[in-house]
Design a binder for this molecule. Structure first.
Ligand code: A3P
Length: 282
């Protein structure tokens, strides 16, 4: 985080920024497909996590002998135009990103589905949440920071629900925002590449394989005493871990929330988003 305060962005960088579980992987695959001008052969040569590196995450190596540099140093060596993922809240995003007016595609998701998706992802990736503290902070602070930047010419604010309603329109909007004009053929190819079913079936777009490796390394690290395992739920056997590409739907919260939980959530959403103009239909 210290290094990121002075990290240099490039004017032609395309960032995908989001609160975790809001539709990051989906959006990054669309952005990557656009920047690669719909060249699926090229896109499928490497995994989305490598094509769109996770700026602030430094991964643990599988053995002590291998040194994995911090991701931002790997990103420094990438050729332009770069596509980069970040979950950083606005006040922690490297200031040079806005200074250089690099493009930011931000995706938000209705908080109830976000919560359900987080609930399942916690069985995949045991992150800590305690006393109201959670990695990347509260969703409303995260959303509102970028929502308030939505009129900046270098910021595109998207909602997961709109992407579900109109994937083709979304691809066209992002392409236009990033300065690409494509024929209908190319647009259709990108849309088809980025449907839930096709991404889930594509080992270069589905994070499952890589995520499993990262989690195993993290659990090993925790067990070695470097970090305490937060609670026993953290240690879900690999076969019981849900797929990262779980359902990809709008409104799955209806299958999970009790009436009381729904009311509490509605109240929280009203309170936190009051006066902002940001609303979620679902
Ligand atoms: P669910 O857990 O509701 O299925 P992130 O990438 O930010 O972690 O978000 C993950 C969520 O986005 C998961 O939601 C996942 O299924 C969904 N998702 C990923 N790719 C998608 C796609 N192509 N279409 C719809 N949803 C997608």
């Amino acid at each position: 985080m210290e290094a990121l305060k002075t990290w240099q962005a490039r004017q032609d960088d395309a960032f995908v920024v989001s609160y975790p579980k809001a539709g990051t992987t989906w959006t990054q695959e669309i952005v990557s497909a656009i920047v690669n001008e719909g060249d699926l052969e090229q896109i499928n040569k490497s995994h989305t996590e490598f094509r769109v590196p996770y700026l602030e995450a430094t991964f643990l190596s599988s053995t002590k002998e291998i040194h994995v540099p911090p991701t931002h140093e790997i990103v420094d060596k990438m050729k332009s135009p770069r596509t980069i993922k970040s979950h950083l809240p606005g006040h922690l995003l490297p200031p040079d990103v806005m200074k250089k007016k690099a493009r930011i595609v931000y995706v938000a998701r209705n908080p109830k589905d976000l919560a359900v998706s987080c609930f399942y992802f916690r069985k995949v990736n045991p992150f800590r949440s305690q006393d109201g503290e959670i990695v990347y902070g509260s969703w409303w602070n995260h959303y509102l920071y970028y929502w308030n930047l939505r009129h900046e010419p270098n910021v595109l604010f998207l909602k997961f629900e709109d992407m579900k309603k109109d994937l083709k329109g979304t691809v066209e909007r992002i392409a236009d925002f990033l300065g690409y004009t494509f024929s209908d053929d190319v647009i259709d190819r990108i849309v088809n590449h980025c449907t839930f079913g096709n991404m889930k079936a594509n080992p270069m777009a589905n994070p499952d394989t890589l995520v499993a490796k990262v989690i195993e390394a993290k659990l090993r690290h925790m067990k070695n005493g470097a970090e305490e395992v937060a609670d026993s739920n953290d240690n879900v056997a690999p076969k019981d871990r849900p797929s990262f590409m779980r359902k990809g739907e709008v409104g799955d919260w209806k299958n999970h929330f009790t009436v009381a939980q729904n009311e509490a959530m509605d109240e929280l959403i009203r309170e936190k988003l009051a006066g902002s103009g940001l609303v979620f239909e679902c």
